[in-house]
Design a binder for this molecule. Structure first.
Ligand SMILES: Nc1ncnc2c1ncn2[C@@H]1O[C@H](COP(=O)(O)OP(=O)(O)OP(=O)(O)O)[C@@H](O)[C@H]1O
Ligand SMILES: O=c1ccn([C@@H]2O[C@H](COP(=O)(O)O)[C@@H](O)[C@H]2O)c(=O)[nH]1
Length: 343
């Protein structure tokens, strides 16, 4: 309830801000406002020497996550369903310096003229441009799918993803990258500014802001390719993407996935496995309460990702209830059918 009330408050605040701004549409204020509105939500800093992706600060990530949510769902209280940090609403924009209405038209004319000129130049040059790897959004992924094979491995918590990945690595020389393992390593890395944030999200079974996970995966892929001098170029990305925004962003900027290997297992069986694993795993989320939250996140947030890929005919579904040996035999058979030599 408190979250909904603050969502409504944020909406009213924004309505007040926008109408206040529109009164004084002085040229430079207007342009600055447009730039704020259309600023890229995923601006990355890539080191020119190593190519590694640097991350933005946790508070800016949380702010960005709130901005990406529909207004009605923006949560500013500690009851946020996607975070436990105490974030405050973004401050209202500064009031306009000059409250008298003075609409100047020349900046619009200049912008339109420059835009039209640029567009004509683009159209004229288009015929001479070589073909590129750019995707529909205009971004070029870091790795080309013709050189790098990515399989996403999905399934509920405890479905047996890690167990099956270990076997595929052994037999087919994939590199196994578990998003959960990468997050836990980052959480425990001395000096990491994301440690506490990741810890809180994992304990509550929530999905860490995508920018962190996508950058960790991209860097791990880059390191693997560099260290193997290009010999390792097949990746099992385990437990990712768990949310639609991650799926779209990863395929846009890192590498389009070949397929999704989906392990289907009933909740009762997954719960039994996780409680058993919890006796020795030392994982903060292998307990009854966290498991319940993880199941909920899986159904509400991760299953839509599987459904999305299913519609694109990119899912290889395997029944994960049998013994590990039988599940692996089915996995091999189905992957061979789809990938042939590429396996
Ligand atoms: N087919 C199976 N039958 C019975 N137990 C299994 C099977 N596959 C895996 N397990 C056991 O279940 C537990 C969870 O398996 P695993 O860690 O592979 O699952 P996961 O899907 O990677 O889990 P998570 O998403 O939590 O990382 C482990 O203790 C594992 O030994
Ligand atoms: O893309 C991801 C993957 C995982 N998480 C968080 O990590 C835990 C544990 O993941 P496992 O795959 O079970 O090891 C998961 O519950 C999420 O909290 C994530 O945020 N994003």
């Amino acid at each position: 309830m408190a979250a909904t009330a603050s969502g409504r408050h944020a909406w009213r605040q924004l309505m007040r801000d926008t109408s206040r701004r529109s009164v004084s549409t002085n040229g430079s204020n207007f342009l600055r406002y447009q730039q704020q509105l259309y600023r890229s939500p995923f601006s990355r800093q890539v080191s020119s020497s190593s190519g590694r992706v640097a991350l933005r600060s946790p508070s800016s990530l949380l702010r960005q996550q709130q901005q990406q949510q529909p207004l009605g769902q923006r949560l500013y209280s500690s009851e946020s369903s996607q975070g436990s940090g105490n974030t405050t609403p973004p401050p209202p924009p500064p009031p306009p310096k000059n409250s008298r209405s003075q609409v100047k038209f020349w900046p619009f004319v200049v912008v339109i003229a420059l835009g039209s000129g640029g567009y004509m130049l683009l159209v004229n040059n288009r015929k001479e441009m070589p073909p590129t790897d750019k995707n529909a959004q205009g971004a070029t992924p870091a790795f080309s799918p013709s050189e790098v094979t990515v399989l996403f491995v999905l399934g509920g918590p405890g479905a047996g993803k890690g167990t099956q990945c270990a076997r595929l690595v052994n037999d087919y020389h994939f590199k196994h990258l578990s998003a959960g393992d990468l997050l836990r390593a980052e959480q425990n890395r001395p000096g990491s500014q994301y440690g506490q944030l990741i810890k809180d999200y994992i304990k509550d079974g929530l999905i860490v802001p995508m920018e962190v996970t996508v950058a960790l995966l991209e860097n791990a892929m880059r390191d693997t390719i560099t260290e193997s001098k290009g010999a390792t170029n097949k990746f099992l990305i385990d437990g990712f993407p768990r949310k639609m925004d991650q799926a779209l962003k990863f395929e846009e900027i890192v590498c389009p996935a070949k397929l999704v290997l989906f392990y289907d297992c009933p909740e009762a069986e997954m719960e039994r496995r996780l409680l058993e694993r919890g006796k020795t795993s030392g994982r903060a989320d292998d307990n009854a309460e966290s498991i319940r939250k993880r199941f909920r996140t899986f159904v509400e947030t991760s299953m839509p990702v599987v459904d999305h890929y299913e519609k694109e005919n990119r899912v290889v579904k395997v029944d994960a209830t049998a013994t590990p040996d039988k599940v692996y035999a089915t996995t091999q058979e189905k992957l061979k059918n789809v990938l042939g030599d590429k396996l």
